[in-house]
Design a protein around this ligand. Sequence first.
Ligand code: ADP
Length: 247
Amino acid sequence: MLEAQDLAFSYGDFPVFEHVNIEVNENGFVVIVGPSGAGKSTLLRVLGGFLRPTRGKVLLMGEEVTRPSPKIMMVHQAIVTFPWMTVLENVMMGAEARGLPKEAAREVALQMIEVVGLRGFEDFYPKQLSGGMRQRVAIARALAADPVVLLMDEPFAHLDELTAEALRRDVYDMLFNVNTSLKGVVMITHNLVEAVELADVVYVLNGRPATITAKVKVSLPRPRVPKDPAFIEYTDLLYDYIAGGAL
Ligand code: ADP
């Protein structure tokens, strides 16, 4: 569905990563982990067509990604909502980004508000909502653009732990809800519990310049329980891969 083939990226003379191969299968949730500064955000921007790779290519359903498009939407770690717009107006922005007229955009927005669990809050302003609810608004807006792929850059980073936990619990079902046409997610995080909780496949990005040093398939049934010993085996394994790569 989404594929990165032998990707490399440099900021000028500074090589960030090289030989990166990533595959997102249909309905796949891919997580990229790695130490801070490894190049995760840069890689996500290359996957979305926001930065051009210095080598290799990104393919979305067989077609090369050369620029940003509504088919690939990004949700940032900073919770980006427009404070002067209501929840409904914020989400409608996403639907209007794909050229829908106002009435149709409103229908889609209401549907996505339902998907993210904010029904009843349509006329609230962001400042009247908690951080977790605002991040749900941002997710609804991204989904309203009807993307094929959603890229998430540490979407829980600025939430308190309880809020993050609640959103993490809901996000998988939200994204792969029957009412969305989303076919894949790539999320970056440095939180290994988060990675194991959500991923079908975890890629470890590490080293300098960074490469994919491990690919771990997480075969635990959902919903996943972080206290489960099998869960802990996965976080320990990822920890070893990351610590090992830093030596
Ligand atoms: P991560 O998301 O894993 O923390 P980043 O992708 O943000 O890593 O950064 C990877 C490396 O690239 C870091 O060494 C960072 O300092 C450098 N970097 C990030 N953005 C820029 C930029 N705009 N110009 C030059 N170097 C950058």
